[in-house]
Write a protein that binds this ligand. Structure first.
Ligand SMILES: Cc1cc2nc3c(=O)[nH]c(=O)nc-3n(C[C@H](O)[C@H](O)[C@H](O)COP(=O)(O)OP(=O)(O)OC[C@H]3O[C@@H](n4cnc5c(N)ncnc54)[C@H](O)[C@@H]3O)c2cc1C
Length: 288
């Protein structure tokens, strides 16, 4: 449980962090909240030669509105998202998701950027950013680029981040019109990670029928995904109990649910269907 030896740098700016990373593309790693990387280092699953600590770059932690977007800095902690009055008002799915993560200590130190970059298949944030159609801003030594959340998660613990790139910001279109959101999760009893996590954004027509649904699922596959079968089945319905039950059956379309010591593939699939139903019902109940 003791990490291999490493060097440590705490840059004061993002530019400095990018150039430190570029100085050792194979051996350097970003450190944010440290709540995934440090355990991996203690188990020697990760053995970086240099840690570039972006947790001390104050300008990387923020939540603000700009035009029709919500901008979130990568080192914003789970707790800052959980306790944001602004988000509670304009995009309650984010605090709803944040409050389900781990325990108080994890939420105080862990960051949204670290969680997305780590791409743990049982992490909560990936489901939420998929349901919100977020874009992620990545900055590297040569340029900055923007990637849709849907294209960011590539495989197990693998994202579209290229060597030397840092996730700088998460951008989300402010939800508008009539909508309801919910995050429902079956937490692992030991860690709190999602055995299944379902993030739902429901857009409603004036008569209460479903205009469009956007749904992110985590914990079920090797990476988080959009439940497009459920979205299509819900669209245009009155979102009554029958429509919700029928649509929820599509949560594992095209996916062979993960199996582990805690949950078999069959059990996880059933948990996903049940939590999908609950999440849609809760989003509908919260719709204004
Ligand atoms: C006991 C415990 C319980 C937990 N429970 C949950 C849970 O219920 N749900 C959940 O979702 N998570 C859970 N977590 C994980 C937690 O949310 C972590 O904080 C999160 O996964 C990683 O964020 P971090 O800021 O700690 O990243 P770090 O551990 O610092 O970094 C993680 C990885 O991402 C890279 N990285 C970090 N920031 C960036 C960036 N901006 N750009 C590019 N790469 C970057 C690092 O190089 C590293 O590879 C738990 C962790 C613990 C220890």
């Amino acid at each position: 449980m003791i990490p291999a030896q490493f060097d440590y740098q705490a840059p004061a700016t993002l530019e400095e962090a990018v150039s430190l990373l570029a100085s050792d593309l194979d051996g350097a790693k970003i450190l944010a909240g440290g709540h995934s990387l440090i355990p991996a280092m203690k188990l020697r699953l990760a053995q970086p030669q240099l840690l570039v600590d972006i947790g001390r770059i104050k300008s990387l932690a923020y939540i603000r509105e700009e035009g029709d977007e919500i901008l979130i800095g990568a080192t914003t902690t789970h707790y800052q998202l959980e306790s944001s009055d602004l988000l509670q008002r304009i995009c309650p799915l984010l605090p709803d998701c944040a409050k389900s993560i781990g325990d108080v200590q994890v939420r105080n130190k862990g960051t949204i950027g670290g969680s997305l970059a780590h791409a743990d298949p049982a992490a909560d944030w990936p489901a939420a950013v998929l349901a919100l159609g977020a874009e992620l801003v990545l900055v590297g030594p040569k340029a900055e680029r923007t990637v849709k959340a849907e294209d960011f998660f590539v495989d197990l613990f693998t994202t579209d981040l290229q060597p030397g790139e840092i996730l700088r910001e998460i951008r989300i279109k402010k939800p508008s019109g009539r909508f309801g959101q919910s995050y429902q999760k079956a937490p692992h009893p030991a860690s709190g990670f999602a055995v299944v996590g379902i993030a739902v954004h429901l857009g409603l027509n004036d008569d209460g029928s479903c205009k469009a649904a956007a749904i992110g699922v985590t914990g079920v596959d090797v990476k988080a995904y959009r439940a497009k079968g459920v979205e299509a089945a819900l669209s245009g319905t009155t979102i009554d109990d029958d429509a919700i039950a029928q649509a929820s059956l599509h949560v594992c379309d095209g996916v062979d649910p993960n199996s582990d010591l805690y949950a078999s593939s069959e059990y996880r699939g059933q948990l996903a269907r049940v939590h999908m139903r609950r999440a849609i019902q809760a989003a509908k109940a919260k719709a204004q």
